[in-house]
Design a protein around this ligand. Structure first.
Ligand SMILES: [Zn+2]
Ligand SMILES: [Zn+2]
Length: 442
């Protein structure tokens, strides 16, 4: 690597600047607002954990653990791993803090960077950003239904709309852009029989399957349902269906989840091939996809139940369910749908100084306006008035307050509306009222 390259962001990472940074902010704000309505509190776990947390939690045979983790040894010889997802970390934290002891429950949400060593492509970086929520200690089907509703609520609040019909129909704008897929993955009682049947099916059809899928017969046969190789997709369409192996409890649980979603008016498609990529999922799994703009990377978020995860991480048996939202893909989906997120960080006012002798006055007026809650900037570089107007434009300020010798002598300022290009004289003690006049209407 040349010296020049070492001072660029590493492959698979991106600096979030401008609209990318504002977009990530807006997703977090929307999530905070929506999730709070469902009783969720924030949680922040370390970006690295003991490698065992992910190896045990996610599963040794998954692609994530097998070949995508950033694992390193620290100076004391511990094996640590940058988190490839946050569910295992949140469950580890909940066990450590005894949040779910004695039948207690916890509803937690997170937001932050995750890390996977993958081939970078559109919507998939090695450092990527996720938002997610975990409902810990909840066993009833209502928890599954509420989880799906909350994630749907998030996307609808952002402005995406539900599709009626299949994903391929969704491209027409009046038919929405969001597709919800739903499946059940069974439980520790009924899944092994299905898994064995899948392994047998893969071995029987090994000739037509890719090498990866052939290996999966021994390691993780369910993953063959996820293979994108067209020949594999064809063959796997005829694979044994879990529906034929479900135990009575799983069948009843799934029926109740669906009944609640139906009653709530949620549109979804049952997809027996939906198996989320991590080993810890049990029973309900779900995924939101968008119809266009993302190609094969069309899943914007999803999740499921993980009733065995607490035990995998050394806790006592505790049910859990959660989801994760891919920030990059969600932002791409919003862009494809023509949805512009409102930028709440925008500067409202620029204070321009028309007379070098009044720079301190301008500075102090700016400080006073900020104290009153206005988002306002002023020149800090002794710029000309013309340059200050350019800066006001660039900052997207709705108003410019101009302080000049004339105005100052009359005890006021000139207030310019940048949209209508109109100017008027405003006495100093009426300025705040003039600047905030329109706020209640917006
Ligand atoms: Zn079962
Ligand atoms: Zn394959």
């Amino acid at each position: 690597m040349s010296t020049k390259d070492s001072f660029r962001a590493p492959k698979g990472t991106a600096d979030l600047l401008g609209s990318a940074a504002a977009g990530w902010d807006a997703l977090q704000q929307t999530a905070r607002r929506v999730f709070a309505r469902y009783g969720y509190a924030p949680v922040y776990t370390p970006v690295f954990e003991h490698t065992e947390v992910f190896a045990r939690g996610i599963g040794e045979a998954t692609d994530v653990v097998g070949k995508e983790m950033y694992t390193f040894t620290d100076r004391a010889g511990r094996s640590l791993t940058l988190r490839p997802e946050n569910t295992a970390g949140v469950v580890r934290a909940a066990i450590q803090a005894h949040l779910t002891d004695n039948g207690q429950t916890a509803k937690l949400f997170y937001a932050g960077p995750m890390f996977r060593y993958e081939r970078p492509q559109k919507g998939r970086q090695r450092q990527f950003y996720q938002l997610g929520a975990e409902a810990l200690g909840f066993q009833a089907p209502a928890a599954d239904a509420e989880m799906v509703l909350m994630l749907r609520d998030f996307y609808l609040t952002l402005g995406l709309t539900e599709t009626r019909g299949s994903a391929s129909l969704a491209a027409s704008p009046d038919n929405g852009n969001l597709v919800l897929l739903l499946n059940t993955m069974g439980c520790a009682q009924c899944r092994p029989a299905w898994r064995d049947a899948m392994a047998g099916y893969i071995r029987a059809h090994a000739d037509g399957l890719c090498q990866e899928c052939q290996r999966r017969a021994d390691t993780n046969p369910l993953r063959a349902l996820d293979c994108k190789n067209p020949a594999c997709v064809d063959i796997m369409a005829g694979a044994p269906k879990l529906a034929d192996y479900l135990c009575d409890d799983c069948r009843e649980h799934f029926a109740q989840v669906r009944a609640l979603l139906d009653a709530a008016g949620v549109v979804y498609q049952l997809d027996p091939t939906l198996v989320r990529g991590l080993d810890y999922y049990t029973r309900t799994v779900f995924e939101f996809q968008v119809a266009d703009g993302l190609g094969s990377q069309n899943a914007v978020g999803g999740g499921g139940r993980y009733d065995g995860l607490f035990e995998q991480l050394g806790g006592s048996p505790t049910p859990g369910i959660g989801f994760a939202i891919g920030a990059e893909r969600t932002l791409l989906a919003l862009e494809a749908a023509g949805i512009i997120l409102s930028d709440t960080n925008r500067t409202a006012v620029y204070v321009a100084c028309a007379d070098a002798d009044l720079r301190d006055t301008a500075f102090l007026l700016t400080t006073a306006l900020r104290a009153a809650g206005v988002s306002v900037v002023c020149d800090l570089q002794d710029k000309s008035l013309k340059s200050q107007f350019k800066a006001a434009d660039k900052a997207g300020a709705g108003h410019v307050v101009i302080i000049g010798a004339d105005e100052d002598a009359r005890g006021g300022v000139t207030l310019r509306d940048m949209q209508t290009k109109t100017e008027l004289f405003v006495p100093r003690d009426e300025l705040l009222a003039a600047l905030t006049a329109g706020d209640s209407e917006n």
